[in-house]
Every structure is written in structure tokens, then in C-alpha cells.
Write a protein that binds this ligand. Sequence first.
Ligand code: PBG
Length: 332
Amino acid sequence: MTESNHNLKIATRFRRLKKIDALRRLVQENTVSPSDFIWPIFVMDGKGETAEIPSMPGVVRYTIDLLPDVARRANRLGIPAVCVFPYTDPVLKTQTCEEAWNPNNLSNRAIKTIKDAVPDLAVMTDIALDPYNINGHDGIVRDGTIVNDETVQALVRMGRSQAEAGADILGPSDMMDGRIAALRQMLECDGFQDVSILSYAAKYASAFYGPFRDAVGASGALVGDKKTYQMNPANSDEALRIVQRDIEEGADMVMVKPGMAYLDVCQRVKSKFGAPTFAYQVSGEYAMIQAASQNGWLDADDVMFESLMSFKRAGCDGILTYFAPRAAELLG
Ligand code: PBG
């Protein structure tokens, strides 16, 4: 043995298990599969049409009659759930937001259409007043203030109409206090004991939502910002307290949103509570990756998989992502 290799710490050669693909796969700690995805779907009025969303290349809005095909595609790809977001006609937006609980609003028609076409596909909803609010806020605005308790009553009406339409998972994204308890009580009392709640618990006041507001036609509408109800990006202890409260109030699953800039929060939430935990890889995250790829600056598919894996590594059980159909197709 020569002097030089005697000094090598050969017990710690991490390269041994990287030598060939077989060994790398053998010791891989985390995986991504289509079963991890919830696919967000934008819906609009009309017939036989899709509309491109310029700030989200590759994502379109669908008219209701196209949803059976979309649902069958999700099912074929092994994606377990879709989440419906409506592009609401501006004339239906009011101060009081009653379109939110119209049994025949766009969102409720979409839920029914998808459940009729593919009963096995789970349908998730969004509960917040912003698509129906003349000022773009998630809650009812009185004298410049987003009023909590009156908003919660409206959200309960909205959630009931979604449960009646056949939704499997309600997704309150509004960040009002007390809405999980109120929704859970309504579900228990009105015969919807088996409808789940996926609480957007750790939802931050983020600049990453920009393209989504284009997609649902809310960007022009928003007056001011959402900082009096969405979380301060500087906080993570608060996220744990909100998650704890929402679980105690009856949430079955919780979400951290946005995703990539908040992986530390995902990890803290999962390790502290062990509840089913989801990250929302939001519109701005999707847009950044697509824009850079369109410029030839990075490879969209590679970055997509790397980012999806990061959520699994952080402990998430699943991911709401606009990449769902693309990733599932490549995984399939
Ligand atoms: C509405 C809602 C938003 C998103 C999901 N539900 C926007 C917001 O809070 O302003 C954002 C999703 C995304 O950016 O992809 N309450």
C-alpha cells in the first residue's frame, strides 16, 4: 500500500452507488408518479373552444362540453384528481358575490360534467369569492375592509353548492378565520359527511399568483392586495399554527402555497403533523420554467421533474401542478 492511497477514506466513497443507473435507481429515496398529481383546470363559457393563457404557455381554458374528454385524459394518464377554476363573465361579478353559490354557475356545471363523465376521477373545487367579486378579493369588502364572518357565511353557501354538484374535495383558498369549522359543520349537517376538505392553510400573499389571475380574469379586478388575509412570506411558525387549527377544525388535508419558494414550510408541516400535505406549484412557478425554456435557457421537462421531486423530498404527499398532464404523459 502506497503512502498516498493509505490516507484515502475509502469507507465513504459515495460514488460507488452512482456508478451505473441500476445502482442509482436502487438507492433512490423518493419517486414521483401520476398518482401524486392534482391537475388544475380552467373552465369558461362557450362551446367547443379552448383559449390560450399567454402568461401560462401550454395551459388553456376549456369550455364545459370539452371537459368529458379532459376528464377521460386525466383518468387515462393515472391522474387521480382535477381542480376546477372558473373564468367568470365580468357581468356576473358583484359586491355580494351571489354567483359563487349559484347551483348552475360555471364551476358547478363543470363539476357535474366531470363527475358524470368519469365518476372515478376525484374533483376538487376552489372556495374563495375572487372569481365573483367586483373588486377581485377573496372575501366580501365593506368600507375597504375584507369582512371575515360575513365572508365565511358566503363561503359555506358556496361550499354547499359545490358538494351538491358532486365535488369530492372542497378547497378553501380564501384564508378567512373559522371557515374550516363552518364548512365542516355544514357538510356534517347537510348529508355530505364524506366530502373532504383540503385546506389552503399555509397560503402566502405571493407575487407568484400573477398568471393565475390572468387565467381566471381577476388581475384587472383586484383592488389593493391580499395581505390582510394571506400570510406574510417571512413567517413559518404561523403556518404551523394555522395548519394545526385547520386540522382541529376538520380539514382532512392541508396545503402549502406557493410551492418551490416554501419547501421549508412543506417539510415543517409534514414532519410536525403527518397529515396529508400538498404543495401548490403555482402559476408563476410554471410560467418561469416555461418562459426560460422558450428562450432556450433551460430544459423544461428536466426542470419540471426536478421541481416535482423536490416537493416529494420535502415530504409532500402530492402536488397541484399545471405540469400534471405533461409529467404524467412522460412518466406513463
Ligand atoms: C383564489 C386562488 C388563487 C390561486 C388559487 N386560488 C389566487 C389568489 O389567491 O389570488 C393561485 C393559483 C396559482 O397562482 O396558480 N383564491
